[in-house]
Design a protein around this ligand. Structure first.
Ligand SMILES: NC(=O)c1ccc[n+]([C@@H]2O[C@H](COP(=O)([O-])OP(=O)(O)OC[C@H]3O[C@@H](n4cnc5c(N)ncnc54)[C@H](OP(=O)(O)O)[C@@H]3O)[C@@H](O)[C@H]2O)c1
Length: 261
């Protein structure tokens, strides 16, 4: 049975995916922003191995989350899904955090970067949850740490996937996904779809099953299959610039010394 860590699994797509995987007998580690949300997540997925707590708006809390994830269990995760996100609807979407960066950048861009660098590399699969909104993102990275743009942050998620794919993509599958416009706190109640379709697809992918399982590292996909991502996501210079910014803001370096291929 696989061991899977899903950030932002107290609600929406992350919670639904965690529930499917736990019901299938996999060891799922949940993540929630605070202890109240953790209790609610654990109640919804009682078979989960554990629930880790961290508010991803905080760089310190995100680093601690990585430590906690590494301290848990006696083997690395097979699969890590960077799913937590905030969007335009969030009350906090124009917030500047205590670290003096936008909350959207902190949660959607910087947190997956920090967690990727500090949590032991998964043995099999690594996914960054993006969105079709990433097509509207600004690849110039101008004033990026203060950007409140959801589209920018979702472009960053594809760039992160492509950056880590260039380094790790031969040994594990490193991909990004658009789950579809679905009814969640973020998607809103007017969304045409429910969480079932993306959650089933994501749960299958996480354990190497279903039609998406064999997509290669660097793929950006929907529940229907691979799609072309924003051209800027493949711009190696821009990927490296984003990584340098994340490194500088967080003080966290990539877990390898050689530049990616
Ligand atoms: N729904 C859509 O139509 C849609 C479309 C495209 C992409 N996506 C992407 O899919 C992913 C999941 O979204 P969703 O629709 O399932 O949204 P959601 O229901 O709002 O769930 C988001 C999850 O992230 C967590 N989270 C948000 N801010 C956090 C913070 N500061 N610290 C820790 N956890 C935090 C939330 O915790 P709480 O439960 O405490 O809020 C929740 O567990 C996101 O990356 C989103 O960008 C969604």
């Amino acid at each position: 049975m696989a061991r899977i860590f899903i950030t932002g699994s107290s609600d929406g797509i992350g919670l639904a995916t965690a529930r499917i995987l736990a019901d299938r007998g996999h060891a799922v580690v949940l993540h929630a922003r605070n202890s109240d949300r953790a209790a609610s997540a654990h109640k919804a997925v009682p078979k989960a191995e554990a629930v880790l707590v961290a508010d991803l708006r905080s760089i310190t809390a995100t680093k601690k989350l990585a430590e906690d994830a590494n301290a848990l269990g006696n083997r690395p995760f097979d699969t890590i899904i960077h799913n937590a996100g905030i969007g335009y609807g969030a009350t906090s979407s124009r917030e500047i955090t205590a670290d003096n960066i936008s909350a959207v950048f902190a949660v959607n861009t910087l947190a997956p970067y920090i967690l990727t660098c500090l949590i032991h590399k998964p043995t099999s699969r690594l996914l960054y949850m993006s969105s079709d909104s990433h097509y509207g993102g600004d690849e110039t990275l101008r004033n990026v740490t203060m950007s409140h743009s959801y589209s920018d942050s979702k472009l960053h998620d594809v760039m992160l996937a492509n950056f880590f794919s260039r380094r790790w993509g031969k040994s594990i599958r490193v991909v990004s996904m658009h789950p579809g416009w679905v009814r969640t706190k973020m998607g809103g109640m007017m969304a045409p779809g429910g969480v079932d379709e993306p959650s089933q697809a994501l749960a299958d992918w996480a354990v190497g099953q279903g039609s998406l399982a064999d997509l290669k590292s660097g793929a950006f996909f929907t529940t229907q299959g691979q799609e072309s991502a924003h051209a800027g996501a493949n711009n190696v210079k821009k990927q490296e610039e984003l990584i340098d910014i994340c490194k500088e803001v967080s003080g966290v370096s990539c877990p390898f010394t050689n530049p990616p291929l």
